[in-house]
Design a protein around this ligand. Structure first.
Ligand SMILES: C[S@@+](CC[C@H](N)C(=O)[O-])C[C@H]1O[C@@H](n2cnc3c(N)ncnc32)[C@H](O)[C@@H]1O
Length: 253
């Protein structure tokens, strides 16, 4: 087995290609998977950084040459994720319109049933500098379980209802982009806000459950999992990002 990059208490970080590592994970061992895979945005487009027009280049991990390659990437990692997920486990996958349609199709092709289509509505999105489109202000998070009639997924309905003032929690979640105060450990281009992972983990897991993030980046899933008493394994191919994740996890100790 690959030597962990970091291991303390119930949290493990692994420096590896997720395709290689997932092959080695014990089948049906994970209660929940949260994945924020590459959006494949870094292909010569432009974006807004602090009010400046910049070309989008998040790194080689975010580049792809064709639609077929993107869909093949999504089908392959989702297939491996399915193998390591327990029969009653669930998977959450976040993405923008650049990849989420491929992800949704891949989920169904690989034998998952989509449970929810969450819209994350950002209250402070970056303005659209080209002024030729509506401001992009949402991302999607798909929640799915294995498409098996016997599968019984866990949903903490009562907690979600009470967190929503006694009314059923809806599938539109509104909130700000990741706060600067959560970015203290270093720079990752797509760090997710902690409040999103908190809701996801509380809704779909119980204390002591095993959570896997195959594209862990700056470690947001691990930080929140640890805080909430869940066991965690995170994988990333970029050591610079794992360093940020490790620093953040160490503060949770
Ligand atoms: C969208 S980011 C995840 C950000 C993360 N949710 C966070 O809050 O920081 C995707 C991550 O996947 C990693 N990655 C891309 N391809 C990979 C692969 N084949 N194996 C492992 N990690 C990969 C990248 O290095 C990047 O950190």
């Amino acid at each position: 087995m690959t030597k962990p990059y970091y291991q303390k208490d119930k949290a493990i970080l692994v420096h590896a290609d997720t395709f290689d590592f997932l092959e080695k994970v014990k089948p049906e061992s994970m209660d929940m998977i949260f994945a924020d895979p590459p959006y494949f945005l870094s292909n010569g487009g432009i974006s807004n950084s602090g009010g400046q027009v910049v070309s989008v280049d998040k790194g080689d991990w975010d580049k792809i040459s064709s639609l077929e390659e993107k869909h093949d990437f999504n089908r392959r990692w989702i297939r491996l994720a399915k193998k390591v997920l327990k029969p009653n486990g669930t998977i959450w996958i976040s993405g923008s319109f650049h990849n989420i349609y491929s992800v949704g199709m891949a989920l169904e092709q690989e034998g998952f049933k989509i449970l929810n289509n969450i819209t994350w509505q950002k209250t402070n999105p970056a303005p659209n500098l080209s002024c030729r489109y509506f401001t992009h202000s949402t991302e999607t998070i798909l929640w799915a379980r294995k498409d098996d009639k016997k599968a019984r997924h866990y949903y903490n309905y009562d907690l979600m209802k009470s967190l929503n003032g006694g009314k059923q929690m809806k599938d539109v979640w509104t909130g700000a982009l990741t706060k600067p105060s959560e970015k203290w450990a270093g720079k990752h281009p797509t760090q997710k806000p902690e409040y999103l992972l908190e809701r996801i983990i509380l809704a779909s897991t119980q204390e002591g459950d095993y959570i896997l993030d195959p594209f862990v980046g700056s470690g947001t899933t691990g930080v929140v999992a640890k805080r909430l008493g869940r066991r965690f394994i995170g994988i990333d191919s970029e050591e610079d990002y794992l360093k940020i994740a490790k620093t953040r996890l160490e503060r949770e100790e």
